[in-house]
Design a protein around this ligand. Structure first.
Ligand code: ISL
Length: 578
Protein backbone atom coordinates (compact mmCIF):
# COMPACT_ATOMS: atom_id res chain seq x y z
CA UNK A 1 0.00 0.00 0.00
CA UNK A 2 1.20 3.48 -0.79
CA UNK A 3 1.17 5.37 2.51
CA UNK A 4 0.33 8.52 0.54
CA UNK A 5 -2.47 7.75 -1.87
CA UNK A 6 -2.90 10.45 -4.48
CA UNK A 7 -5.71 12.91 -4.04
CA UNK A 8 -8.14 12.94 -6.90
CA UNK A 9 -6.75 16.06 -8.57
CA UNK A 10 -3.36 14.41 -9.01
CA UNK A 11 -4.50 10.90 -9.76
CA UNK A 12 -7.09 11.82 -12.35
CA UNK A 13 -6.00 14.55 -14.72
CA UNK A 14 -8.63 15.74 -17.17
CA UNK A 15 -10.07 12.72 -18.85
CA UNK A 16 -7.32 10.45 -17.69
CA UNK A 17 -9.57 7.86 -16.21
CA UNK A 18 -12.15 7.95 -18.94
CA UNK A 19 -12.28 4.78 -21.03
CA UNK A 20 -9.73 4.91 -23.84
CA UNK A 21 -11.10 6.92 -26.71
CA UNK A 22 -11.07 5.60 -30.21
CA UNK A 23 -7.69 6.44 -31.66
CA UNK A 24 -8.06 9.57 -33.71
CA UNK A 25 -5.96 10.27 -36.73
CA UNK A 26 -6.22 14.01 -36.54
CA UNK A 27 -3.45 15.12 -34.30
CA UNK A 28 -0.24 15.15 -36.27
CA UNK A 29 0.63 18.69 -37.22
CA UNK A 30 4.38 18.15 -37.73
CA UNK A 31 5.57 20.14 -40.67
CA UNK A 32 7.02 17.83 -43.28
CA UNK A 33 7.75 18.43 -46.89
CA UNK A 34 7.25 14.95 -48.25
CA UNK A 35 5.65 15.45 -51.65
CA UNK A 36 3.86 12.14 -52.22
CA UNK A 37 0.91 11.20 -50.01
CA UNK A 38 2.05 13.60 -47.34
CA UNK A 39 -1.47 14.32 -46.12
CA UNK A 40 -2.30 10.66 -46.02
CA UNK A 41 0.85 9.85 -44.07
CA UNK A 42 0.37 12.60 -41.54
CA UNK A 43 -3.21 11.65 -40.84
CA UNK A 44 -2.12 8.04 -40.55
CA UNK A 45 0.15 8.58 -37.58
CA UNK A 46 -2.49 7.47 -35.09
CA UNK A 47 0.21 5.81 -32.99
CA UNK A 48 1.68 9.13 -31.83
CA UNK A 49 -0.84 9.56 -28.99
CA UNK A 50 -1.07 5.78 -28.45
CA UNK A 51 0.41 3.47 -25.82
CA UNK A 52 1.38 -0.13 -26.56
CA UNK A 53 1.20 -3.00 -24.07
CA UNK A 54 3.43 -6.03 -24.61
CA UNK A 55 2.10 -9.48 -23.73
CA UNK A 56 4.50 -12.40 -23.33
CA UNK A 57 1.84 -15.07 -23.81
CA UNK A 58 3.74 -17.83 -22.03
CA UNK A 59 3.71 -15.84 -18.81
CA UNK A 60 0.52 -13.78 -18.99
CA UNK A 61 -2.48 -15.95 -18.09
CA UNK A 62 -3.11 -19.69 -18.31
CA UNK A 63 -6.71 -20.73 -19.00
CA UNK A 64 -6.23 -24.51 -19.20
CA UNK A 65 -4.08 -25.33 -16.20
CA UNK A 66 -1.00 -26.60 -18.05
CA UNK A 67 1.21 -24.01 -16.39
CA UNK A 68 1.81 -22.05 -19.61
CA UNK A 69 -0.11 -18.94 -20.57
CA UNK A 70 -2.40 -19.09 -23.61
CA UNK A 71 -4.75 -17.11 -25.85
CA UNK A 72 -7.79 -18.02 -23.75
CA UNK A 73 -6.02 -16.50 -20.77
CA UNK A 74 -5.42 -13.25 -22.63
CA UNK A 75 -9.10 -13.05 -23.62
CA UNK A 76 -10.06 -13.30 -19.95
CA UNK A 77 -7.86 -10.30 -19.14
CA UNK A 78 -8.88 -7.93 -21.93
CA UNK A 79 -11.10 -5.90 -19.63
CA UNK A 80 -8.12 -5.32 -17.34
CA UNK A 81 -6.10 -4.02 -20.29
CA UNK A 82 -8.95 -1.81 -21.36
CA UNK A 83 -9.18 -0.43 -17.85
CA UNK A 84 -5.46 0.38 -17.97
CA UNK A 85 -6.24 2.37 -21.09
CA UNK A 86 -3.68 1.05 -23.55
CA UNK A 87 -4.39 1.34 -27.27
CA UNK A 88 -2.38 -1.48 -28.81
CA UNK A 89 -1.42 -4.98 -27.69
CA UNK A 90 1.80 -6.56 -28.99
CA UNK A 91 1.90 -10.33 -28.69
CA UNK A 92 5.26 -12.05 -28.44
CA UNK A 93 5.29 -15.09 -30.77
CA UNK A 94 2.39 -17.55 -30.59
CA UNK A 95 3.24 -19.58 -33.70
CA UNK A 96 4.08 -23.30 -33.68
CA UNK A 97 7.56 -23.65 -32.28
CA UNK A 98 9.80 -26.18 -30.54
CA UNK A 99 10.13 -23.39 -27.92
CA UNK A 100 13.92 -23.48 -27.86
CA UNK A 101 13.83 -19.69 -27.46
CA UNK A 102 10.25 -19.47 -26.15
CA UNK A 103 8.67 -19.09 -29.57
CA UNK A 104 11.31 -16.89 -31.24
CA UNK A 105 12.16 -20.11 -33.11
CA UNK A 106 9.19 -20.55 -35.45
CA UNK A 107 8.42 -23.79 -37.28
CA UNK A 108 5.20 -22.60 -38.98
CA UNK A 109 4.43 -18.93 -39.62
CA UNK A 110 0.77 -19.52 -40.42
CA UNK A 111 -0.66 -21.26 -37.39
CA UNK A 112 -0.85 -21.07 -33.61
CA UNK A 113 1.14 -23.33 -31.30
CA UNK A 114 -1.27 -25.79 -29.62
CA UNK A 115 0.21 -24.72 -26.28
CA UNK A 116 -1.33 -21.29 -26.86
CA UNK A 117 -4.53 -22.42 -28.63
CA UNK A 118 -5.76 -22.48 -32.21
CA UNK A 119 -6.41 -20.10 -35.07
CA UNK A 120 -10.04 -19.98 -33.89
CA UNK A 121 -8.86 -18.87 -30.45
CA UNK A 122 -6.73 -16.28 -32.18
CA UNK A 123 -9.69 -14.92 -34.14
CA UNK A 124 -11.70 -14.73 -30.91
CA UNK A 125 -8.89 -12.79 -29.25
CA UNK A 126 -8.57 -10.42 -32.19
CA UNK A 127 -12.31 -9.78 -32.17
CA UNK A 128 -12.23 -9.13 -28.42
CA UNK A 129 -9.37 -6.67 -28.84
CA UNK A 130 -11.12 -4.82 -31.66
CA UNK A 131 -14.45 -4.74 -29.81
CA UNK A 132 -12.70 -2.85 -27.04
CA UNK A 133 -11.28 -0.28 -29.44
CA UNK A 134 -7.74 -1.64 -29.21
CA UNK A 135 -5.40 -2.94 -31.89
CA UNK A 136 -3.27 -6.08 -32.06
CA UNK A 137 0.31 -6.24 -33.31
CA UNK A 138 2.06 -9.56 -34.00
CA UNK A 139 5.70 -10.46 -33.50
CA UNK A 140 7.43 -11.05 -36.81
CA UNK A 141 10.55 -13.22 -36.51
CA UNK A 142 12.10 -13.42 -39.96
CA UNK A 143 15.83 -13.07 -39.42
CA UNK A 144 15.71 -16.79 -38.68
CA UNK A 145 13.31 -19.71 -38.45
CA UNK A 146 13.36 -22.79 -36.29
CA UNK A 147 15.56 -25.62 -37.56
CA UNK A 148 12.28 -27.56 -37.50
CA UNK A 149 10.65 -25.26 -40.07
CA UNK A 150 9.96 -27.24 -43.30
CA UNK A 151 12.02 -24.64 -45.20
CA UNK A 152 15.12 -25.51 -43.19
CA UNK A 153 14.41 -29.24 -43.20
CA UNK A 154 14.34 -29.07 -46.99
CA UNK A 155 17.40 -26.83 -47.09
CA UNK A 156 19.52 -29.10 -44.94
CA UNK A 157 18.50 -32.30 -46.79
CA UNK A 158 20.98 -31.93 -49.66
CA UNK A 159 23.30 -29.47 -51.35
CA UNK A 160 21.02 -29.62 -54.40
CA UNK A 161 17.84 -28.82 -52.51
CA UNK A 162 15.84 -26.03 -54.18
CA UNK A 163 15.78 -24.41 -50.74
CA UNK A 164 19.51 -24.83 -50.11
CA UNK A 165 20.21 -21.12 -50.45
CA UNK A 166 17.23 -20.06 -48.36
CA UNK A 167 19.75 -20.27 -45.50
CA UNK A 168 23.50 -19.63 -45.15
CA UNK A 169 25.63 -22.70 -45.79
CA UNK A 170 29.45 -22.76 -45.87
CA UNK A 171 32.10 -25.44 -46.16
CA UNK A 172 34.13 -23.50 -43.56
CA UNK A 173 32.75 -21.30 -40.79
CA UNK A 174 34.00 -17.76 -40.19
CA UNK A 175 34.78 -16.54 -36.66
CA UNK A 176 31.35 -15.12 -35.82
CA UNK A 177 29.93 -15.60 -32.34
CA UNK A 178 26.30 -16.36 -31.58
CA UNK A 179 24.37 -13.88 -29.41
CA UNK A 180 23.63 -16.94 -27.27
CA UNK A 181 27.30 -17.97 -26.71
CA UNK A 182 29.59 -20.13 -28.81
CA UNK A 183 30.17 -20.12 -32.54
CA UNK A 184 27.46 -18.79 -34.87
CA UNK A 185 28.02 -21.82 -37.12
CA UNK A 186 26.82 -25.38 -36.62
CA UNK A 187 28.20 -28.40 -38.45
CA UNK A 188 25.41 -30.37 -40.09
CA UNK A 189 25.90 -34.10 -40.59
CA UNK A 190 23.61 -34.53 -43.63
CA UNK A 191 25.82 -32.57 -46.03
CA UNK A 192 28.92 -31.96 -43.91
CA UNK A 193 28.59 -28.20 -44.17
CA UNK A 194 28.00 -25.48 -41.60
CA UNK A 195 24.91 -23.29 -41.29
CA UNK A 196 24.74 -19.81 -39.80
CA UNK A 197 22.74 -19.12 -36.63
CA UNK A 198 23.27 -15.71 -35.04
CA UNK A 199 21.06 -16.91 -32.16
CA UNK A 200 20.61 -20.50 -30.97
CA UNK A 201 21.66 -23.62 -32.87
CA UNK A 202 17.93 -24.14 -33.47
CA UNK A 203 17.52 -20.68 -35.08
CA UNK A 204 19.17 -20.83 -38.54
CA UNK A 205 19.41 -17.44 -40.29
CA UNK A 206 17.34 -16.95 -43.43
CA UNK A 207 19.10 -15.74 -46.57
CA UNK A 208 17.38 -12.47 -47.47
CA UNK A 209 19.55 -12.16 -50.57
CA UNK A 210 17.29 -14.79 -52.13
CA UNK A 211 14.17 -13.12 -53.61
CA UNK A 212 12.13 -16.30 -53.09
CA UNK A 213 12.71 -16.01 -49.32
CA UNK A 214 11.51 -12.43 -49.30
CA UNK A 215 8.44 -13.25 -51.38
CA UNK A 216 7.48 -16.09 -49.04
CA UNK A 217 7.81 -13.81 -46.02
CA UNK A 218 5.78 -11.01 -47.58
CA UNK A 219 3.03 -13.47 -48.56
CA UNK A 220 2.90 -14.73 -44.97
CA UNK A 221 2.70 -11.16 -43.64
CA UNK A 222 -0.17 -10.33 -46.00
CA UNK A 223 -2.09 -13.35 -44.70
CA UNK A 224 -1.92 -12.05 -41.13
CA UNK A 225 -2.97 -8.57 -42.21
CA UNK A 226 -5.86 -10.08 -44.18
CA UNK A 227 -6.85 -11.88 -41.01
CA UNK A 228 -7.14 -8.48 -39.35
CA UNK A 229 -3.97 -7.88 -37.39
CA UNK A 230 -2.85 -4.28 -37.06
CA UNK A 231 0.88 -4.44 -37.57
CA UNK A 232 4.14 -6.09 -36.66
CA UNK A 233 6.95 -5.84 -34.14
CA UNK A 234 9.92 -7.03 -36.18
CA UNK A 235 12.45 -9.13 -34.32
CA UNK A 236 16.13 -8.14 -34.89
CA UNK A 237 15.12 -6.80 -38.27
CA UNK A 238 18.36 -4.81 -38.56
CA UNK A 239 20.27 -8.11 -38.90
CA UNK A 240 18.61 -9.43 -42.07
CA UNK A 241 21.07 -7.94 -44.58
CA UNK A 242 24.35 -9.81 -44.07
CA UNK A 243 27.70 -8.22 -44.98
CA UNK A 244 28.87 -9.38 -48.43
CA UNK A 245 31.30 -12.26 -48.23
CA UNK A 246 30.56 -12.80 -44.52
CA UNK A 247 33.97 -11.47 -43.40
CA UNK A 248 35.52 -12.39 -40.05
CA UNK A 249 34.97 -9.93 -37.22
CA UNK A 250 32.41 -8.82 -34.63
CA UNK A 251 29.20 -10.48 -35.85
CA UNK A 252 26.89 -8.08 -34.00
CA UNK A 253 28.56 -5.03 -35.54
CA UNK A 254 29.05 -6.53 -39.00
CA UNK A 255 25.41 -7.60 -39.33
CA UNK A 256 23.92 -4.42 -37.89
CA UNK A 257 22.16 -2.46 -40.66
CA UNK A 258 23.81 -4.29 -43.55
CA UNK A 259 24.07 -2.83 -47.05
CA UNK A 260 20.59 -3.83 -48.26
CA UNK A 261 18.58 -3.24 -45.08
CA UNK A 262 16.80 -0.09 -46.31
CA UNK A 263 16.14 -1.67 -49.69
CA UNK A 264 14.57 -4.73 -48.02
CA UNK A 265 12.36 -2.68 -45.72
CA UNK A 266 11.23 -0.44 -48.58
CA UNK A 267 10.42 -3.51 -50.61
CA UNK A 268 8.50 -4.98 -47.68
CA UNK A 269 6.57 -1.73 -47.39
CA UNK A 270 5.64 -1.81 -51.07
CA UNK A 271 4.76 -5.51 -51.08
CA UNK A 272 2.95 -5.73 -47.75
CA UNK A 273 1.97 -2.38 -46.24
CA UNK A 274 1.23 -0.17 -49.23
CA UNK A 275 -2.39 0.91 -49.31
CA UNK A 276 -3.05 -0.07 -45.71
CA UNK A 277 -0.17 1.42 -43.74
CA UNK A 278 -2.41 4.17 -42.36
CA UNK A 279 -4.07 1.63 -40.08
CA UNK A 280 -0.93 -0.23 -39.10
CA UNK A 281 1.87 0.06 -36.58
CA UNK A 282 5.31 -1.26 -37.50
CA UNK A 283 8.23 -1.25 -35.11
CA UNK A 284 11.65 -2.73 -35.80
CA UNK A 285 13.72 -4.19 -32.99
CA UNK A 286 17.29 -3.11 -33.78
CA UNK A 287 20.09 -3.85 -31.32
CA UNK A 288 23.00 -1.53 -32.19
CA UNK A 289 21.02 0.95 -34.30
CA UNK A 290 22.22 4.56 -34.21
CA UNK A 291 20.12 7.72 -34.14
CA UNK A 292 21.23 8.49 -37.69
CA UNK A 293 20.10 5.10 -39.00
CA UNK A 294 16.85 5.32 -37.03
CA UNK A 295 16.06 8.65 -38.67
CA UNK A 296 16.26 6.93 -42.04
CA UNK A 297 14.21 3.91 -40.98
CA UNK A 298 11.41 6.04 -39.55
CA UNK A 299 11.30 8.98 -41.94
CA UNK A 300 7.74 8.70 -43.33
CA UNK A 301 8.94 9.94 -46.70
CA UNK A 302 11.11 6.83 -47.10
CA UNK A 303 8.22 4.40 -46.43
CA UNK A 304 10.11 1.83 -44.33
CA UNK A 305 8.76 1.41 -40.75
CA UNK A 306 7.07 3.63 -38.17
CA UNK A 307 9.54 3.34 -35.28
CA UNK A 308 12.47 1.33 -33.96
CA UNK A 309 13.55 -0.09 -30.62
CA UNK A 310 17.04 1.20 -29.93
CA UNK A 311 19.28 -0.40 -27.30
CA UNK A 312 21.72 2.27 -26.17
CA UNK A 313 19.95 3.04 -22.90
CA UNK A 314 19.71 -0.62 -21.87
CA UNK A 315 23.43 -1.17 -22.39
CA UNK A 316 24.71 1.49 -19.99
CA UNK A 317 24.86 -0.79 -16.96
CA UNK A 318 27.43 -3.10 -18.55
CA UNK A 319 31.06 -3.06 -19.65
CA UNK A 320 30.96 -4.37 -23.19
CA UNK A 321 29.00 -7.60 -22.92
CA UNK A 322 25.82 -7.65 -20.90
CA UNK A 323 27.11 -9.93 -18.15
CA UNK A 324 29.95 -7.59 -17.11
CA UNK A 325 27.99 -5.50 -14.65
CA UNK A 326 28.56 -1.78 -14.20
CA UNK A 327 26.71 0.73 -12.04
CA UNK A 328 24.31 2.96 -13.91
CA UNK A 329 24.98 6.71 -13.96
CA UNK A 330 21.77 8.71 -14.38
CA UNK A 331 23.66 11.39 -16.32
CA UNK A 332 24.57 8.82 -18.96
CA UNK A 333 21.03 7.51 -19.11
CA UNK A 334 19.68 11.03 -19.65
CA UNK A 335 22.37 11.81 -22.21
CA UNK A 336 21.38 8.79 -24.30
CA UNK A 337 17.64 9.36 -23.98
CA UNK A 338 17.99 13.07 -24.71
CA UNK A 339 20.14 12.41 -27.77
CA UNK A 340 17.40 10.16 -29.16
CA UNK A 341 14.71 12.72 -28.33
CA UNK A 342 16.56 15.50 -30.10
CA UNK A 343 17.86 13.32 -32.94
CA UNK A 344 14.36 12.28 -33.99
CA UNK A 345 12.71 15.63 -33.32
CA UNK A 346 12.45 16.79 -36.92
CA UNK A 347 12.07 13.52 -38.75
CA UNK A 348 11.20 10.02 -37.60
CA UNK A 349 9.70 8.82 -34.36
CA UNK A 350 10.83 7.23 -31.07
CA UNK A 351 9.72 4.11 -29.24
CA UNK A 352 9.95 4.55 -25.48
CA UNK A 353 10.66 1.57 -23.24
CA UNK A 354 12.36 0.53 -20.02
CA UNK A 355 11.14 -3.04 -20.12
CA UNK A 356 10.41 -5.95 -22.39
CA UNK A 357 10.73 -9.73 -22.25
CA UNK A 358 14.52 -9.51 -22.71
CA UNK A 359 15.28 -6.93 -20.04
CA UNK A 360 15.40 -7.12 -16.24
CA UNK A 361 12.55 -5.37 -14.44
CA UNK A 362 12.80 -1.57 -14.58
CA UNK A 363 12.03 -0.94 -10.92
CA UNK A 364 14.84 -3.29 -9.87
CA UNK A 365 17.26 -1.96 -12.47
CA UNK A 366 16.73 1.80 -12.66
CA UNK A 367 14.58 2.30 -9.55
CA UNK A 368 14.64 1.02 -5.98
CA UNK A 369 12.66 -2.16 -5.38
CA UNK A 370 12.94 -2.02 -1.57
CA UNK A 371 9.55 -1.96 0.19
CA UNK A 372 10.13 1.69 1.10
CA UNK A 373 10.70 3.01 -2.40
CA UNK A 374 9.29 0.49 -4.87
CA UNK A 375 5.96 2.16 -5.58
CA UNK A 376 7.33 5.68 -5.81
CA UNK A 377 10.33 4.74 -7.91
CA UNK A 378 8.18 2.70 -10.32
CA UNK A 379 5.93 5.74 -10.72
CA UNK A 380 8.87 8.10 -11.16
CA UNK A 381 10.39 5.93 -13.89
CA UNK A 382 7.07 5.65 -15.69
CA UNK A 383 6.57 9.40 -15.48
CA UNK A 384 9.89 10.37 -17.02
CA UNK A 385 9.47 7.81 -19.80
CA UNK A 386 5.82 8.27 -20.77
CA UNK A 387 5.92 12.03 -21.10
CA UNK A 388 8.76 12.01 -23.62
CA UNK A 389 8.14 12.30 -27.33
CA UNK A 390 7.52 8.87 -28.83
CA UNK A 391 5.23 5.88 -28.40
CA UNK A 392 5.53 4.32 -24.92
CA UNK A 393 5.59 0.54 -24.50
CA UNK A 394 4.39 -1.03 -21.24
CA UNK A 395 5.61 -4.59 -20.61
CA UNK A 396 3.22 -6.85 -18.69
CA UNK A 397 3.59 -6.33 -14.96
CA UNK A 398 5.50 -3.05 -15.35
CA UNK A 399 2.21 -1.33 -14.53
CA UNK A 400 2.26 -3.16 -11.18
CA UNK A 401 5.88 -2.36 -10.40
CA UNK A 402 6.80 -6.05 -10.68
CA UNK A 403 10.40 -6.72 -9.64
CA UNK A 404 13.27 -9.03 -10.54
CA UNK A 405 12.96 -12.55 -9.17
CA UNK A 406 14.94 -14.18 -6.33
CA UNK A 407 16.53 -16.96 -8.39
CA UNK A 408 18.33 -19.20 -5.90
CA UNK A 409 20.42 -21.34 -8.25
CA UNK A 410 21.00 -22.07 -11.92
CA UNK A 411 18.21 -24.69 -11.72
CA UNK A 412 15.70 -21.84 -11.36
CA UNK A 413 16.51 -20.35 -14.78
CA UNK A 414 14.84 -21.43 -18.04
CA UNK A 415 16.15 -18.95 -20.63
CA UNK A 416 18.51 -20.37 -23.25
CA UNK A 417 20.62 -17.20 -23.22
CA UNK A 418 21.23 -17.53 -19.46
CA UNK A 419 21.76 -21.29 -19.52
CA UNK A 420 24.21 -21.14 -22.43
CA UNK A 421 26.14 -18.31 -20.84
CA UNK A 422 26.37 -20.14 -17.52
CA UNK A 423 27.68 -23.32 -19.18
CA UNK A 424 30.22 -21.39 -21.22
CA UNK A 425 31.40 -19.23 -18.33
CA UNK A 426 31.79 -22.16 -15.93
CA UNK A 427 33.67 -24.16 -18.58
CA UNK A 428 35.98 -21.16 -18.98
CA UNK A 429 36.73 -21.23 -15.26
CA UNK A 430 34.68 -18.22 -14.13
CA UNK A 431 33.51 -18.08 -10.53
CA UNK A 432 29.98 -19.62 -10.35
CA UNK A 433 28.88 -17.09 -7.71
CA UNK A 434 29.81 -14.16 -9.91
CA UNK A 435 28.16 -15.68 -12.95
CA UNK A 436 24.94 -16.23 -10.97
CA UNK A 437 25.01 -12.64 -9.72
CA UNK A 438 25.14 -11.44 -13.31
CA UNK A 439 22.28 -13.74 -14.32
CA UNK A 440 20.17 -12.55 -11.40
CA UNK A 441 20.83 -8.94 -12.32
CA UNK A 442 20.48 -9.05 -16.08
CA UNK A 443 18.91 -12.41 -16.98
CA UNK A 444 15.82 -12.35 -19.18
CA UNK A 445 13.86 -14.70 -16.90
CA UNK A 446 13.43 -11.72 -14.55
CA UNK A 447 10.91 -10.37 -17.03
CA UNK A 448 9.35 -13.74 -17.71
CA UNK A 449 8.12 -14.83 -14.28
CA UNK A 450 4.33 -15.18 -14.43
CA UNK A 451 2.10 -12.14 -14.34
CA UNK A 452 0.94 -11.49 -10.78
CA UNK A 453 -2.84 -11.33 -10.86
CA UNK A 454 -3.67 -11.92 -7.20
CA UNK A 455 -2.30 -13.12 -3.86
CA UNK A 456 -3.35 -16.76 -4.29
CA UNK A 457 -1.01 -19.64 -4.95
CA UNK A 458 0.75 -19.11 -8.32
CA UNK A 459 -0.61 -15.56 -8.31
CA UNK A 460 -3.80 -16.46 -10.21
CA UNK A 461 -1.63 -17.14 -13.27
CA UNK A 462 -2.38 -20.86 -13.42
CA UNK A 463 -4.14 -23.62 -11.51
CA UNK A 464 -1.30 -25.94 -12.53
CA UNK A 465 2.45 -25.84 -12.01
CA UNK A 466 3.87 -22.68 -13.62
CA UNK A 467 6.62 -23.23 -16.22
CA UNK A 468 8.74 -20.64 -14.37
CA UNK A 469 8.26 -19.97 -10.66
CA UNK A 470 6.02 -17.11 -9.62
CA UNK A 471 7.76 -14.34 -7.68
CA UNK A 472 6.94 -14.86 -3.97
CA UNK A 473 6.26 -11.12 -3.66
CA UNK A 474 2.95 -11.64 -5.49
CA UNK A 475 1.35 -11.70 -2.04
CA UNK A 476 1.78 -7.88 -2.04
CA UNK A 477 2.42 -7.03 -5.67
CA UNK A 478 -0.53 -8.10 -7.77
CA UNK A 479 -3.14 -6.70 -10.14
CA UNK A 480 -6.11 -7.26 -7.86
CA UNK A 481 -4.54 -5.20 -5.07
CA UNK A 482 -3.30 -2.54 -7.48
CA UNK A 483 -6.64 -1.99 -9.17
CA UNK A 484 -8.30 -1.61 -5.76
CA UNK A 485 -5.73 0.94 -4.52
CA UNK A 486 -6.04 4.45 -6.00
CA UNK A 487 -2.42 5.12 -4.98
CA UNK A 488 -1.01 2.14 -6.86
CA UNK A 489 1.49 2.05 -9.69
CA UNK A 490 -1.36 0.78 -11.89
CA UNK A 491 -3.40 3.94 -11.39
CA UNK A 492 -0.35 6.09 -12.02
CA UNK A 493 0.09 4.36 -15.39
CA UNK A 494 -3.60 4.98 -16.14
CA UNK A 495 -3.08 8.65 -15.39
CA UNK A 496 0.01 8.85 -17.62
CA UNK A 497 -1.81 7.12 -20.47
CA UNK A 498 -4.69 9.51 -19.91
CA UNK A 499 -2.35 12.50 -20.19
CA UNK A 500 -1.05 11.24 -23.54
CA UNK A 501 -4.58 10.76 -24.80
CA UNK A 502 -5.88 14.09 -23.64
CA UNK A 503 -2.98 16.56 -24.02
CA UNK A 504 -1.61 17.19 -27.53
CA UNK A 505 1.60 18.51 -25.96
CA UNK A 506 2.43 14.99 -24.72
CA UNK A 507 2.05 13.41 -28.13
CA UNK A 508 3.44 16.21 -30.25
CA UNK A 509 5.25 18.81 -28.18
CA UNK A 510 8.88 19.82 -28.52
CA UNK A 511 11.26 18.25 -26.02
CA UNK A 512 13.86 20.29 -24.11
CA UNK A 513 16.22 18.54 -21.69
CA UNK A 514 16.99 20.23 -18.36
CA UNK A 515 19.63 19.66 -15.66
CA UNK A 516 21.67 17.34 -17.88
CA UNK A 517 24.56 17.27 -15.38
CA UNK A 518 22.47 16.59 -12.30
CA UNK A 519 23.32 13.07 -11.04
CA UNK A 520 19.93 12.56 -9.37
CA UNK A 521 17.25 14.54 -11.16
CA UNK A 522 15.56 13.73 -14.46
CA UNK A 523 13.98 16.90 -15.85
CA UNK A 524 12.65 18.20 -19.14
CA UNK A 525 9.94 20.31 -20.66
CA UNK A 526 7.50 19.64 -23.49
CA UNK A 527 5.98 22.56 -25.35
CA UNK A 528 3.26 23.01 -27.94
CA UNK A 529 1.14 26.01 -28.93
CA UNK A 530 1.77 27.98 -25.74
CA UNK A 531 1.34 25.02 -23.37
CA UNK A 532 4.40 23.87 -21.49
CA UNK A 533 4.76 20.76 -19.34
CA UNK A 534 7.55 20.54 -16.80
CA UNK A 535 8.46 16.96 -15.88
CA UNK A 536 10.67 16.54 -12.83
CA UNK A 537 11.77 13.40 -11.02
CA UNK A 538 14.23 12.72 -8.27
CA UNK A 539 15.76 9.38 -9.21
CA UNK A 540 17.34 8.81 -5.82
CA UNK A 541 16.29 7.93 -2.30
CA UNK A 542 17.66 11.21 -0.85
CA UNK A 543 15.93 14.58 -0.78
CA UNK A 544 17.44 16.92 -3.36
CA UNK A 545 17.00 20.58 -4.24
CA UNK A 546 16.93 21.70 -7.85
CA UNK A 547 17.70 25.19 -9.07
CA UNK A 548 14.78 25.83 -11.35
CA UNK A 549 11.34 27.38 -11.29
CA UNK A 550 9.17 24.48 -10.19
CA UNK A 551 5.88 26.37 -10.11
CA UNK A 552 2.88 25.46 -12.23
CA UNK A 553 -0.47 23.71 -12.24
CA UNK A 554 0.07 20.21 -10.78
CA UNK A 555 -1.17 17.54 -13.18
CA UNK A 556 0.33 14.44 -11.65
CA UNK A 557 2.56 13.54 -8.73
CA UNK A 558 3.55 10.56 -6.65
CA UNK A 559 3.29 12.53 -3.38
CA UNK A 560 0.06 13.91 -1.96
CA UNK A 561 1.12 17.54 -1.96
CA UNK A 562 3.10 19.80 -4.26
CA UNK A 563 5.35 22.29 -2.45
CA UNK A 564 5.79 24.34 -5.67
CA UNK A 565 9.48 24.65 -5.01
CA UNK A 566 12.68 22.90 -5.98
CA UNK A 567 12.68 20.41 -3.12
CA UNK A 568 12.21 16.87 -4.35
CA UNK A 569 11.76 14.10 -1.83
CA UNK A 570 12.87 10.48 -2.39
CA UNK A 571 11.78 9.39 -5.89
CA UNK A 572 9.40 12.32 -6.11
CA UNK A 573 7.99 12.90 -9.60
CA UNK A 574 5.93 15.92 -10.60
CA UNK A 575 4.23 17.00 -13.78
CA UNK A 576 3.35 20.70 -13.96
CA UNK A 577 1.50 22.62 -16.66
CA UNK A 578 2.16 26.29 -17.34
O1 ISL B 1 18.35 -10.22 -24.96
C1 ISL B 1 19.32 -9.74 -25.44
C2 ISL B 1 20.29 -9.20 -24.57
O2 ISL B 1 21.30 -10.10 -24.40
C3 ISL B 1 19.59 -9.62 -26.86
O3 ISL B 1 20.74 -10.14 -27.32
C4 ISL B 1 18.46 -10.19 -27.63
O4 ISL B 1 18.68 -11.50 -27.95
C5 ISL B 1 18.30 -9.33 -28.83
O5 ISL B 1 17.82 -8.15 -28.30
C6 ISL B 1 17.33 -9.87 -29.82
O6 ISL B 1 16.11 -10.15 -29.23
C7 ISL B 1 15.12 -10.71 -30.00
O7 ISL B 1 15.56 -11.80 -30.80
C8 ISL B 1 15.98 -12.96 -30.10
C9 ISL B 1 15.03 -13.39 -29.00
O8 ISL B 1 15.66 -14.33 -28.18
C10 ISL B 1 14.58 -12.23 -28.17
O9 ISL B 1 13.65 -12.65 -27.21
C11 ISL B 1 14.01 -11.20 -29.10
O10 ISL B 1 13.45 -10.11 -28.44
C12 ISL B 1 16.11 -14.04 -31.14
O11 ISL B 1 14.90 -14.15 -31.84
Amino acid sequence: MDPHPLPAQFADPAGALAPPRAIAGDRCPDPDTTPVSHTERMSSQWWKPAVVYQIYPRSFADSDGDGIGDLGGIVQRLDYLQQLGVDVLWLSPIYPSPQDDNGYDISDYQDVDPTFGSLNDFDALLAGVHERGMKLVMDLVVNHTSDEHPWFEESRASKDSPKRDWYWWRAEPNDWRSFFSGSAWEADQATREFYLHLFSVKQPDLNWENPAVREAIYAMMRLWLDRGVDGFRMDVINLISKPPGLPDGDSAALNNCGPRIHEFLQEMHREVFAGRDAQLLTVGEMPGVTVEEATLFTDPARAEIDMVFQFEHVQLDQNGRKWDLRALDLRELKAVMNRWQLGLAERGWNSLYWNNHDQPRAVSRFGDDSPEHRVRSAKALATVLHLQRGTPYVYQGEELGMTNAPFASIEDFRDIESLNHYAEAIAAGEDPGRVLTALRTKGRDNARTPMQWDASEHAGFTTGEPWLAVNPNHAEINAQAAVADPGSVFHHFRALIGLRHSLPVVADGDFTPLLADDPHVYAYTRALDGTELLVLANCSSETVIVELDARGEPLLSNYDDDPQDGTLRAWEARVLRR
